[in-house]
Design a binder for this molecule. Structure first.
Ligand code: FAD
Ligand code: DLZ
Ligand code: SF4
Length: 508
């Protein structure tokens, strides 16, 4: 009897486990653009357009390869608008009585498939280097889980940047060389951009018509939407940006939204690029002498280290993980995250580029929007839903550990050993935002003092019992304790006044 083969919008890989376990001669592939997926958070229009366009092109490729594909477009009259609904509809049409799937990247859908009134076999998603079992075996019995040790295991396992059993160059990690601020450079290439083809143009019209009023600019749309284009974008990155990737990894510039970042996470997460293949390419650039070790090691670490590590955490911690709130933060997400005007120049830039590109690089996410939310005590679940919605690369398996864990410490220290908090000084060192800001980064108190300066101490002070014994934070508390009482009071009052303005919805 025939079976259905489910391919989700982030499972666009020819080697997908569901496809490997199916038979083109008798099975039918089900792909569906549905409102449930387009709306479980208010996704950025570019993210939706990217997903639908890439799905359509992948379906065409599968058809050309000889598969029977039952593809539902968003505006198809019979669309039931949920994944399980579409499976049931196609089962009715074909007589299929079971479904072959690859485990989705979100607990929400895993649960929906488990509860479906048709049997669904969920095969492991083996597009990753580390299975759930392997991660759990690594994590078992460890007091704390640190990415660095996990990363070394994956280096050994893959042989990436290994010289025998030693790391290339003698060190596992060259991050100490990777903290340079960047200067404006007119010749920086940025990511390769693509003109919309017919498929993309159709999808843009569809998204515009059917999903209006979302936060985010739909056009111009330039993402790659198939594997060939994604490969071209990767080539372009290897040639032009990888050599400087390490040096300027943490830098931010008002006039350059991408710097030397790859902007490949949407492609990798959707399945258009293979993570190990990417890393082997980067390694080859090092061996060919075209990119230095600090760049290549740093880049590879993000992919085989962080990316695999956060996925392991997401599946190990379970479905409730995204709702954790260890620090008890409950302030609503400020309107500025949805584009309301703000005088804070760093936030203004990070949000504006998020609105325009459905992209911000790591340090903007971590040290600007994330840092501010943490310092201001924003509800981490609301923030999590924001990150999940606004970035083209966001799926819960990767977004939640980064937001709830790394950025907000709302998991109480599973992902990170200390919260990523900083005052304005860090942002000033790594960016040129402060120069154009109405606030003064050098002012620690009083009118016009940078809010990060005020909130930084407010955060440390209000969470003192939790953090003062953390060995990596002792220095911060000693600095605070050395401040005289009048100055401490001025800082805390300034922070309170700022938070009151925030709570009243005033422009900040
Ligand atoms: P580059 O800087 O060029 O890095 C290369 C690749 O490394 C990325 O494409 C990505 O696949 C991987 N990578 C780097 N850092 C991480 C990380 N911390 N976790 C996982 N992979 C990483 N990344 C997502 O893919 N999806 C998300 O939803 C997401 N949400 C985030 C939320 C917060 C609060 C933070 C702090 C980070 C988040 N990240 C997320 C991680 C990181 O910011 C993005 O992967 C990166 O900015 C993607 O841009 P790029 O391709 O230009 O990355
Ligand atoms: C992100 C997304 C969107 C916007 N739309 C769809 C869709 O209509 N159909 C689909 O199969 N997948 C979509 N996706 C990706 C899924 O939400 C993703 O597969 C799950 O969140 C699991 O990671
Ligand atoms: Fe951001 Fe403060 Fe700098 Fe303004 S002064 S850009 S608010 S860090």
């Amino acid at each position: 009897v025939s079976r259905l083969v489910l391919v989700l919008g982030d499972q666009l890989s020819p080697g997908l486990s569901a496809l490997r376990n199916a038979d083109p001669a008798r099975d039918t592939i089900v792909m569906a653009e549905v409102m449930a997926e387009a709306s479980y958070v208010r996704h950025h229009p570019k993210k939706i357009a990217f997903t639908f366009a890439a799905m359509r092109k992948f379906a065409a490729r599968l058809t050309a390869d000889g598969w029977r594909v039952a593809y539902t477009r968003l505006d198809d009259p019979g669309n039931s608008h949920s994944i399980v609904g579409e499976l049931l509809r196609r089962a009715g049409e074909t007589g299929a009585q079971q479904v072959i799937a690859t485990e989705p990247g979100e607990w929400r859908l895993i649960g929906a498939l488990e509860a479906a009134p048709i049997p669904v076999t969920q095969h492991p998603d083996d597009r990753f280097l580390c299975s759930h079992a392997e991660f759990d075996a690594w994590a078992e019995g460890r007091k704390s889980l640190r990415m660095e040790y996990f990363y070394r295991q994956i280096r050994r396992k893959t042989g990436l940047l290994m010289e025998g059993d030693k790391p290339a160059g003698g060190k596992w990690n060259y991050d100490s060389e990777n903290r340079k601020p960047a200067a404006d450079d007119l010749f920086r290439q940025g990511p390769l951009q693509f003109d919309p083809d017919e498929t993309v143009a159709d999808v843009l019209d569809l998204v515009e018509a059917r999903l209006p009023d979302r936060f985010g600019t739909l056009r111009p749309f330039w993402f790659a939407t198939d594997a060939d284009q994604a490969e071209q974008a990767l080539d372009h990155f290897m040639r032009h940006s990888l050599p400087s990737f390490g040096d300027y990894q943490d830098a931010m510039l008002a006039g350059d939204r991408f710097l030397y970042h790859a902007v490949i996470s949407p492609y990798m997460n959707a399945g258009l690029l293979d993570p190990l293949g990417i890393c082997r390419r980067a390694e080859a650039e090092y061996h060919a002498g075209r990119a230095p070790l600090n760049a290549v090691e740093g880049f590879i670490r993000q992919i085989i280290g962080w990316r695999e590590f956060v996925r392991g955490i997401y599946f190990r911690e379970g479905p409730e993980y995204p709702r954790r709130n260890a620090l008890g933060h409950d302030r609503p997400l400020p309107a500025l995250y949805w584009g309301a005007d703000t005088d804070m120049n760093c936030l203004s830039h990070a949000v504006a580029q998020t609105r325009d590109e459905a992209y911000a690089h790591h340090i903007q996410r971590l040290m600007v929007t994330g840092n501010f939310a943490l310092l201001a005590g924003i509800d981490p679940t609301a923030l999590h839903e924001w990150y999940l919605a606004v970035y083209a690369d966001a799926y819960e398996w990767v977004e939640a550990p980064n937001t709830v864990g790394m950025s907000q410490f709302a998991d109480g220290g599973v992902v990170g050993s200390k919260p990523y908090v900083s005052s304005g000084a860090y942002i000033n060192r790594m960016s040129d935002y402060c120069r154009g800001c109405r606030y003064s980064v050098s002012k620690k108190t009083g009118d016009g003092a940078c809010p990060f300066n005020l909130l930084y101490w407010h955060f440390l002070n209000r969470h003192r019992t939790r953090f003062e014994d953390n060995p990596r934070m002792g220095q911060m508390y000693r600095t605070w304790d050395r401040m005289d009482a009048a100055r401490q009071a001025a800082v805390l009052e300034g922070a309170e006044a700022f938070l009151s303005r925030l709570d009243r919805g005033e422009k900040i």
